[in-house]
Ligand binder design. Structure first.
Ligand SMILES: Cc1cc2nc3c(=O)[nH]c(=O)nc-3n(C[C@H](O)[C@H](O)[C@H](O)COP(=O)(O)OP(=O)(O)OC[C@H]3O[C@@H](n4cnc5c(N)ncnc54)[C@H](O)[C@@H]3O)c2cc1C
Length: 664
């Protein structure tokens, strides 16, 4: 065997591939690597580089030179390193490290409400507020990224023939029947009828989008590269029989998936629930199911997508509630056990996982912006928003009652005077190097909980500690445009689990056709693949694993991602004729060092009474400042982001006469 020639040691993203850079296509010109590590490099991108923000330091704040006003400004089409870019993090991290900004210029405009954070929660807050306070209410949304939507991010690609879409974060409308009446009401008012996805989602192409139909066993972990198709279709003994696993692992994994045994026969149902809440799934499998440790590499990352950590840090009680194997004979019926996680208590398992726009919930963010700023996009329906081109130049228009200001990091939010009787708030934000202050009647912080102690320095220690408690889950959603998907067709795979590889899933996109957007159904068509990497280390608390994962993401550079994409896709798909050097046309790495909201975990967190949960203590109003965002619910879902916006708007509306009257 030839020695490995591609070993990258610098940022922890080692890939040992026998192929050279050239064979993998690292030297190929693919569609604009616009942002190599979150900083603009392509000439085409220079027109809207955050670097041009310095022009505003000359006082040209609303000049056409403002990057968002450029006709070229269209962030969804940017490729390379996206998500939370280095440029977007710069001011926030400087604030954390003690930087202060002098000589802020005062913005002459005054608002009824300033919203910090232009994700779904912040945009929903602006929407609810105007519903209550009336269409004349003036709202400013400040967002540090170069696009609105937060995690709900649209990735857009162009082939000579057509546009292709994918999602860079917030994937789908999950369990819509469990949504609150306010969250459901909001998306209905925006025109979203979730039932229509029954028609738009092609289940003939993808019968169960929540399950993988194949597994790639890599040689570093399992001794040889083997792709096994037929997961969920073949009998388990046949499926595991084809895998490069020891005889004992094959036998134990088959047993785990097929037998119905009560592994805790000496305990009552309640005692079982108590024990499972304090036992990791890994320990449960080893101690009670008596699985051989050879089976663990196959199982360790099965919880990554939902929890952002492996089975060593997820309670057995939670995965039992989610239908993971090993509990079929346990009789866990009756009331929920202590500390059962939100993933289980909030989930509607009867709903199919098909409520998906081609750009994920970015369509909800776009619908919100279209409703808030008439003229920002054409159309009126949930169908036409998918292909509508957003006019970014309209987002921060002085003539508009609602303004969305991108590339603007808030570094301070304070009540003017004593919080108990303040009459207004002042918010300081940074664009480029220049700080600005702006005043409003009220403020909603729809940014992340852990940011708030840095920007609301006057808060009590208790509230700050509560806000800082949760550690957001880091994760990476990578989209890869490929020339065609013949290799998937030939190999009989669609969604591939990769338990030992750099990316733990490789999937064809959801087959959704909606309005003028048609899913590329033919294997001969260019299409978009979705790859996920969840950086975390095993063997520590979930919070510590997430901190370690975030550090890894900060270090990891775009070339490491690209090399791993090319290598991993090549190793899986080459037997089907895929050539990474020829077939990869564009790459977008959506990096989220601060991803999912932290959800409480019975292995590591106390089972607090509702009012003592850190998210409840942390989200208390502070004078005229209220707190939204999915962190405020400790639940990483769109419905939570909307619900928290609704609550925060109710809180601040008591400071507006019209709004107070309207909200009763
Ligand atoms: C990869 C990924 C996949 C997901 N998939 C799903 C899914 O399928 N379904 C689902 O329901 N949920 C999903 N989620 C959860 C998702 O986080 C929520 O659904 C929702 O989008 C969160 O919205 P938000 O507005 O609360 O937070 P965010 O989307 O994080 O928005 C907060 C915004 O505030 C900005 N901000 C932070 N600090 C500052 C500052 N100082 N100044 C200005 N702006 C600031 C941030 O950059 C961000 O844009 C997913 C999340 C991730 C990361």
């Amino acid at each position: 065997m030839r020695p490995a020639v591609l070993v990258v040691k610098s940022d922890g993203g080692d890939v040992a591939d026998e192929k050279s850079d050239r064979e993998l296509g690292m030297d190929r010109r693919i569609t604009r690597r616009d942002f190599l590590n979150g900083a603009s490099v392509a000439i085409g991108a220079a027109a809207f580089s955050p670097n041009l923000l310095w022009l505003e330091t000359l006082g040209i704040t609303q000049s056409p030179i403002a990057p968002e006003k450029s006709a070229d400004y269209y962030p969804p089409a940017l490729t390379g390193m996206r998500g939370t870019t280095d440029a977007a993090m710069e001011a926030g991290h400087a604030l954390r490290d003690g930087k202060t900004w002098e000589n802020a210029t005062a913005d002459p405009d005054r608002y009824d409400l300033i919203v910090v954070g232009g994700g779904i929660s912040g945009l929903s807050a602006a929407y609810f507020y105007r519903k209550i306070a009336g269409p004349h209410a003036r709202v400013l949304v400040l967002e540090n990224l170069d696009d609105f939507g937060g995690h709900a991010k649209r990735n857009e690609y162009r082939t000579p023939e057509r546009m292709l879409l994918s999602y860079g974060g917030t994937q789908s409308i999950d369990s819509p029947n469990r949504w609150s009446k306010h969250a459901r009401g909001l998306i209905q008012e925006l025109g979203v009828d979730v039932q229509r996805f029954e028609k738009y989602f092609d289940r003939a192409l993808d019968s169960d989008p929540s399950e993988s139909n194949s597994v790639f066993f890599d040689k570093e972990t399992f001794g040889e590269d083997v792709l096994v198709a037929g997961r969920g279709r073949l009998p388990w003994n046949e499926f595991f029989g084809k895998a490069p696993l020891s005889a004992q692992a094959k036998q134990d994994l088959t047993r785990l998936h097929t037998e119905k045994v009560d592994y805790l026969p000496h305990l009552s149902t309640w005692q079982k629930k108590v024990l499972l809440a304090k036992t990791s799934y890994k320990d449960y499998l080893l101690k009670y199911v008596k699985l051989h440790s050879d089976a663990l590499p196959y199982l360790q990352k099965q919880t990554y997508g939902l929890y952002g950590v492996g089975i060593d840090a997820v309670p057995a009680a939670d995965v039992a509630g989610l239908g993971y194997p090993g509990f079929g004979g346990m009789d866990l019926s009756g009331p929920p056990g202590p500390g059962l996680g939100a993933e289980v208590t909030q989930r509607d398992d009867s709903a199919p996982y098909i409520y998906h726009f081609p750009d994920g919930n970015a369509s909800i963010a776009r619908l919100l912006v279209r409703a808030l700023i008439p003229g920002s996009a054409a159309g009126t329906t949930m169908e036409d928003i998918v292909t509508a081109k957003m006019n970014y130049a309209t987002l921060d228009d002085p003539k508009s009652r609602v303004r969305v200001r991108l590339n603007s990091t808030v570094v301070k939010a304070a009540n003017v005077g004593d919080p108990s009787n303040a009459k207004e708030v002042e918010v300081t934000y940074v664009r480029g190097e220049q700080a600005h202050t702006v005043r409003a009647n009220t403020c909603i912080l729809a940014c992340w909980n852990m940011v708030i102690p840095y920007i609301c320095t006057d808060m009590s220690r208790k509230q700050k500690d509560a806000l800082a408690y949760g550690v957001k889950v880091p994760l990476v959603y990578t989209n890869v445009q490929i020339r065609n998907s013949r290799a998937f067709e030939k190999l009989g795979v669609r969604r591939i689990k990769c338990p030992g590889s750099f990316f733990t899933t490789v999937e064809k996109d959801f087959p959704v056709s909606i309005g003028d957007y048609k899913y590329p159904a033919s294997p001969d068509d260019p299409c978009v693949l979705h790859l996920e990497r969840i950086p975390c280390g095993a063997g520590a608390t979930a919070r510590d694993q997430q901190i370690a994962g975030r550090m890894e993401l900060y270090r990891m550079q775009f070339p490491t991602f690209e090399r791993n994409i090319r290598s991993q896709l090549g190793r899986i798909l080459m037997p089907g004729g895929f050539d990474p050097a020829q077939d990869i046309q564009a790459i977008t790495v959506n990096r989220w060092p601060h991803g999912y909201a932290y959800e409480y975990n019975s292995l590591f967190d106390p089972n607090w009474p509702e009012n003592e949960r850190p998210c409840v203590i942390g989200r208390q109003p502070f004078g005229r400042i209220s707190i939204a965002n999915s962190d405020a619910a400790a639940f990483a879902y769109t419905s939570a982001a909307i619900d928290q916006a609704y609550r925060a708007v109710r809180e601040v509306s008591r400071f507006s006469q019209t709004a107070a009257k309207a909200s009763g």
